[in-house]
Design a protein around this ligand. Structure first.
Ligand SMILES: [Zn+2]
Length: 429
């Protein structure tokens, strides 16, 4: 029956194009009703909820999802047990062992809590069917070779091996040269990796360490900046770098054939907490997951909505950009005494507007200090960056911070790579 689930979801994701909002709303309503009544019956955390509409369920965050893991999951799984197995699997690199027939894994979280995920075989099959249905290149359904660069393997990805694809996992903890050699001989039709790794692979391609020509390139797990996107496109001769916005909380969005990122609103219901006219924090309700339900989960990310109608015909919300973590919004002292928030995207622009910088990272370490890591520390480059920050400070009315320049060095084996990062808590303000 599992293969049936896979094929159904595969065909659905690939060939059903929901092109009208009213159709989508109807579908969502139906799934939502079913999901909410399921969790009320099966998840101890939700059993006392009186009403049946979504607004009567509490909005939860990552901390609650982890703290109340035992109550939320519907299979009586114990957090400590799941966590121990997930850590053990990461250490031994053997991901076969399961609990009560359920696969477990840890997310590559950046701060504090690492997320736990638990999935049944049925859920893995349905996830694999949906994601492959969406992501396999048009015109080439069979015999794809997928190279997958990740920081942790798990059972989840084994669900991907089938008649459609041969899937090879590249362990980022292994030797880089070995990986490049293996990648070159594998010659993938689809290349999947975090943005920073894609960039490194693009560089290897430019320097002729590898010579591969994937049909499709998919960026996962990290924010893909505009300039990295351009660099990767050029190196591999592609018009589109696809993005998959997928995390422990689900398969949330992906790029369509026309190059726009759509929210997967047929499997996840999104409430939008707007922080300005087009930026929002998603509060998501997974419409399908049963083992570990996600109901009104506030996803700590900032998405930028687009009002564009996509020519692909799909009516799902188009996202202009996945901007990054809410935790990475920079916080400065305002000229009027209040604090001023600056989005990661605006910080990135201060660097990329300056020519001759290839690699960078900007860290905010306090309200009045930022550290700029660049690969080119020439005097005029530093001056131009300072100028860009001055313009931003004037526009946004914040007190100009101290800028410390440092030599950029590529971080290897970090959990998640970020170009723009805030390293102090907003509560310290
Ligand atoms: Zn589209």
């Amino acid at each position: 029956m599992k293969i049936f689930t896979f094929i159904t979801l595969f065909l659905y994701a690939r060939y059903v194009n929901i092109n009208r909002k009213d159709k989508l709303n109807k579908k969502q309503e139906k799934l939502l009703k079913k999901q909410l009544s399921f969790v009320k019956e099966n998840s101890p955390f939700y059993k006392n909820i009186k009403g049946s509409s979504l607004s009567e369920f509490p909005v939860i965050n990552k901390k609650t999802a982890i703290d109340r893991f035992d109550d939320i999951n519907t299979r009586g799984l114990n957090k400590e047990e799941v966590y121990d197995l997930a850590v053990k699997s990461e250490h031994t690199r053997d991901f076969k062992e399961r609990i009560k027939g359920i696969s477990v894994g840890l997310s590559s979280g950046t701060s504090g809590h690492r997320g736990l995920f638990v999935l049944s075989d049925e859920e893995i099959m349905s996830w694999a069917g949906y994601i492959l249905g969406k992501m396999l290149p048009r015109g080439r359904v069979l015999f794809n070779r997928i190279a997958f660069f990740l920081r942790a393997d798990n059972n989840l990805y084994e669900g991907l091996n089938n008649i459609f694809v041969k899937f090879v996992f590249f362990d980022l903890y292994k030797d880089e040269k070995e990986n490049l050699k293996k990648l070159n001989s594998f010659s993938p039709t689809i290349l999947v990796a975090p943005a920073a790794v894609l960039r490194a692979l693009a560089k290897a391609q430019n320097q002729k360490y590898i010579n591969i020509s994937p049909i499709k390139i998919i960026s996962v797990a990290e924010v893909l900046t505009k300039e990295d996107e351009e660099y990767i496109k050029k190196a591999f001769g592609k018009d589109i770098i696809h993005q998959v916005y997928q995390c422990t909380e689900g398969f949330l969005a992906c790029t369509c054939e026309k190059g726009n990122i759509h929210l997967n609103e047929d499997i996840v219901y999104f409430e939008k907490e707007y922080i300005d006219s087009k930026r929002f924090i998603p509060i998501l309700t997974d419409l399908k997951r049963k083992t570990q339900p996600y109901i009104r989960y506030r996803q700590n990310d900032i998405l930028i909505e687009s009002d564009k109608k996509c020519p692909c015909g799909c009516c799902f919300t188009v996202v202009e950009k996945i901007e990054g973590r809410e935790d990475d919004i920079f916080i400065f002292e305002g000229k009027n005494g209040k604090t001023v928030k600056i989005y990661p995207d605006m910080i990135a622009r201060c660097i990329v507007y300056v020519k001759n910088i290839e690699e960078y990272k900007v860290l905010q370490t306090s309200k009045s200090t930022i550290e700029v890591y660049i690969d080119n520390l020439e005097k005029n480059i530093k001056e131009n960056i300072v100028k860009e920050f001055e313009i931003l400070a004037q526009k946004k009315l914040f007190l100009f911070p101290e800028i410390v320049f440092k030599k950029y060095e590529r971080e290897v084996n970090t959990k998640k790579y970020k170009r723009i990062e805030r390293r102090f808590s907003s509560e310290e303000c």
